[in-house]
Write a protein that binds this ligand. Structure first.
Ligand code: KG4
Ligand code: ZN
Length: 337
């Protein structure tokens, strides 16, 4: 089975062709980062328009790079939600139209299920069941995963997502949008021990997160500090360490509570090196295993959508013609396959 995957939920147009025997055949990505940078965040209307401009050329390129013609495609998977409605409508209109024209089934994929299954694209893929820490720009959640579509959300952010906290703190440090990766780079030049940020909601039981307080703490710290690069790097280090430690404490708790020893970390923030390194140490300490997507598949991409869509198509899922793009879509309402 060979699937075309389409991701357009936010500011990245991601297209991929995935084959269940040969694996990932092609993967194209166009990031709109430069378009939105002047505004300090994603402008939904500009995002939709740019998806319209880029989607067809990227699909053509993905088919050529995969050495595939539309005749070889057995289904089209697109991100149906959650995300920006205008952006989602571009991918769903194009995906459904192509499926109709090519006379193959279409399937709508949940963006976070895409992230959650992204480590399955790797050679060393995790087996079910596992705990998944999903940390992106829009979501932070801990999920108990028993199989595809069998998701129990154990905890989530009550305010900002982890990536959002990175981006907002980066902005306070004078870094460009999206600041998460830039803050992580700045933190590499920082030293431990200069600043101590809180580890929010770790002193109470439970698996929910809260990151908006860290951003306020960062704002106050920056206001009281000098303007040197060294100081900024030390603040970036302390902020990153606080987010990572908080995520580690909650993962440890979720593993203990469920008695599981496999952990999957996915979503944009899973590209963070400090998070990856510290999670690896934690899991070797707990005699468990940790799984990540390759760096290119941590942030938004079409490959994860093609993979997740293939699992659902194989299970016989067919998109209901009345089914619409879903800007909001709770992960635990998905059907099990
Ligand atoms: O999954 P993703 O591409 O988009 C959403 O679904 O939201 O995640 C993007 C988020 C952004 O907030 C970005 O700053 C963050 O992931 N991010 C990082 C790193 N790389 C991306 N945050 C911290 N460290 C990184 N290396
Ligand atoms: Zn995402």
């Amino acid at each position: 089975m060979r699937i075309l995957g389409i991701e357009t939920s936010c500011d990245e147009t991601g297209i991929a062709v995935y084959d269940d025997e040969q694996g990932l055949l092609s993967h194209e990505l166009y990031s709109q980062v430069k378009l939105h940078a002047d505004y300090g965040g994603v402008v939904p209307e500009l995002a939709s328009r740019d998806h319209v401009r880029k989607i067809i050329p990227l699909i053509e390129k993905a088919l050529v790079d995969a050495n595939t013609t539309p005749r070889d495609i057995d289904g089209v998977a697109f991100t149906q939600g959650p995300g920006l409605i205008g952006a989602l409508l571009v991918g769903s209109s194009v995906g459904r139209s192509l499926a109709y024209a090519w006379q193959v089934p279409a399937v709508g994929v949940h963006h976070m299920e895409g992230h959650l299954l992204a480590p399955m694209l790797e050679e060393n893929a995790p087996e079910f069941p596992f705990i998944a820490l999903l940390v992106s720009g829009g979501h932070s959640m801990l999920v108990k995963v028993e199989g595809i579509g069998k998701y129990e959300v154990l905890g989530e952010s009550v305010d900002d997502a982890a990536g959002e906290a990175f981006d907002k703190t980066a902005k306070l440090l004078g870094l460009d949008y999206p600041g998460g990766p830039l803050l992580a780079k700045l933190a590499e030049k920082g030293e431990p021990g200069h600043y101590k940020f809180p580890r929010p909601m770790t002193d109470k039981p439970g698996l929910d997160f809260s990151f908006s307080g860290l951003k306020t703490f960062a704002a106050n710290t920056i206001r009281a500090a000098d303007d040197s690069q060294a100081t900024k790097a030390n603040i970036a280090y302390a902020f990153q360490e606080a987010v990572v430690d908080t995520l580690i404490i909650k993962c440890k708790r979720a593993l203990k509570q469920t008695g599981m020893n496999r952990l999957v970390i996915a979503g944009g923030v899973s590209a963070n090196h400090m998070l990856r390194d510290k999670m690896k140490s934690l899991m070797s300490e707990l005699n468990g295993e940790v799984f990540y997507p390759g760096l290119a598949y941590c942030t938004d991409n079409g490959a994860m959508i093609a993979y997740a869509g293939m699992q659902r198509l194989k299970a016989g899922e067919i998109l209901d013609l009345s089914s619409q793009a879903k800007p909001r879509w709770p992960l635990d309402t998905l059907t099990a396959v």
